[in-house]
Design a protein around this ligand. Sequence first.
Ligand code: ADP
Ligand code: MG
Length: 267
Amino acid sequence: MSGATTVDTARLPSMLTQLRLPTVARLWPTLAETADRESWPAAKILATLMEHEIAERAQRRTARHLLEARLPTGKTLDRFDFTAVSSISKARVCALPEGDGWLDRGTNILLFGPPGVGKSHLGAALGHAMIDAGYRVLFTRTTDLVQQLQAARQDLKLASAIEKLDKFHLLILDDLSYVQKSQAETSVLFELISARYERRSLLITANQPFGAWNDIFPDPAMTVAAIDRLVHHAIILEMNTESYRRRTAEAKAGKIPSPQPKERINS
Ligand code: ADP
Ligand code: MG
């Protein structure tokens, strides 16, 4: 390296830190050597460094989004055995991450089925896939979120707590049916559903389909209003099969499972 270059590069690390370009900071010494040796045009080294920075920035963003999403680990689409749930179409579900803009329109996904059929797994798997597609996701047990929103309401901060959840394109509410039936709880849930209506998507898993939702929302008018908003733009997947856990055990014992097909899609 010439003396002039040494002087010029001395401040590079701190300048690159200041500009938040960690990938350029890491790669430039090696790339500069290659460029010198192979007589690259200046524009080529600049473009190569920027390409690396942009690619790694996307990776860092995805890693951040994955961390904040609090998804259960290992529950991905490629680990989901669709042959065990013949009531839902693998092609249809796997097309969702590629998207037709459903997430941008605030379309909801409702997953119904008895315990153990893979609702949480499939919900989490869609969460993973949407993060890979560049979206932000939060996975939470419905009861936990309801408690947080109730606490926020007690501090007169419910509106801002709901607004903060807006940054998540997809909010996964696992086990809606487990929410206890007090009026206070369900009204925060209703406010969340209303606030996200036609703007931000919810993915809800529930053991009970709508017929039993009067047990979740004790006020029948509120139940109707909540369901109305949820289903207006919704993909409803009914996983009316037997427990995957039980079937796995039965398969080991040599029995063959018998699923019942059913899938509904609104708009
Ligand atoms: P649910 O939420 O409907 O009660 P889970 O998603 O918790 O059921 O599934 C129970 C267990 O069985 C989990 O460990 C899950 O990963 C696994 N499982 C369920 N269905 C499938 C499936 N179709 N393919 C692979 N694993 C499954
Ligand atoms: Mg579950």
